[in-house]
Design a protein around this ligand. Sequence first.
Ligand SMILES: Cc1ncc(COP(=O)(O)O)c(C=O)c1O
Length: 425
Amino acid sequence: MNYTKMSKEELQQALGEQNKVLKEIKKQKISLDISRGKPCPQQMDITMPMLDMINSATQFPKPDYRNYGGLEGIPELRALFAKILGVEKEETVIGGNSSLQMMFDTVQRAMQFGVCGGKPWNAGKVKFLCPVPGYDRHFAICQHFGIEMINVPMTPAGPNMELVEMLAASDESVKGIWCVPKYQNPTGYTFSDETVERLAKMTTAAKDFRIFWDNAYCVHDLYEQGDKLANIMDIAKEAGTADRIYEFASTSKVTFAGAGVAVMAASKNNIADVLSHMKFQTIGFNKVWQYAHYLYLQSPENVAAIMAKQAALIRPKFEKFEEVFSEEFGENSGIARWTKPRGGYFISLDVLDGCAKEVGKLCKSVGLTVTNVGDTFPYGVDDKDSNIRIAPTFATEEEFEQALKVLVCCIKVACIEKLIKISEK
Ligand SMILES: Cc1ncc(COP(=O)(O)O)c(C=O)c1O
């Protein structure tokens, strides 16, 4: 059914029906939240054996991990992360529990001290390229530091590279780009080999340009055959641009979201630069917890096995979304389009232009919280007012299915009302 081709009378009838459904939903007094990408308790239950990996009898390797020191992290875990990310052990630094914190610190250092001996970024205007829709917390970091954000549309192959290349090559104040290259937040798209290569090889007006390669979902496949992401570090090394890449990842959605371990991977030049500042910040991060992580995670193969268990828990929710939305809207409703990720934590939903805020408001009015509409864009401004990020993981399957029913109804009400208004013009 294509709503945009319906007559005014047909629209009014459909609206009447949906308003009745909405009234029934209201009576149920639900309270559901599909706004943030949090693992569900059952996913974290899988990790509980990690707590048994260390105890009072544990013999910690020398130099004693219980003591100060080891700023770059314990060698065993660095080696494991290096294998997973396809870099050398010496090209990694382990941080605290949050990769977001490492990204924030990296921007902060660049702003205040410059990168690898360059001028502090904040000596002049600083701009970042922001693939949209994207991760709200990346945009929040930029906003916090007064970095001007330039939208670049995402495509199924990654950011629009003509635009990225043009902007990076023509403006010296463009210092960086945010990339979530695998199962991007929120589209779930994985950058194509060509995109990765163009990013590594493109001309940049700023000599100290950096790609913030947030590989948050590098091991988060929903299916046995996951998307394949080209190794940007290998390509950059060959192209002589290795210093351009700052890669980030964490175990937040592998072990515990509130108590994982984060890692930064970069050229040896960059790592030396990072450590030269980090040494003033701490004498070393939590090596006891790093060791527990190493003992639990062990190898890339074991990480894949753990992630397959998690996928079994969350895949049905992604598939439920696809089932419900295909049934309710199909390919040609004219009012809803969505992505079909094969991994990661999100689905990107686009409703009829000018309706997303209203959908969000309607959902809230009946007890369903969706991600703040607009948050997937810099400054919270989605010019088209169409994008809504869906986070299926946290709710139970039953709750998620109930949330989808509410969402479907709210989309129909908001969009049909809009189409009626358009038809009256
Ligand atoms: C793309 C992306 N990067 C980073 C994070 C946060 O990572 P961490 O928990 O390591 O700070 C998230 C969380 O949703 C994310 O979606």
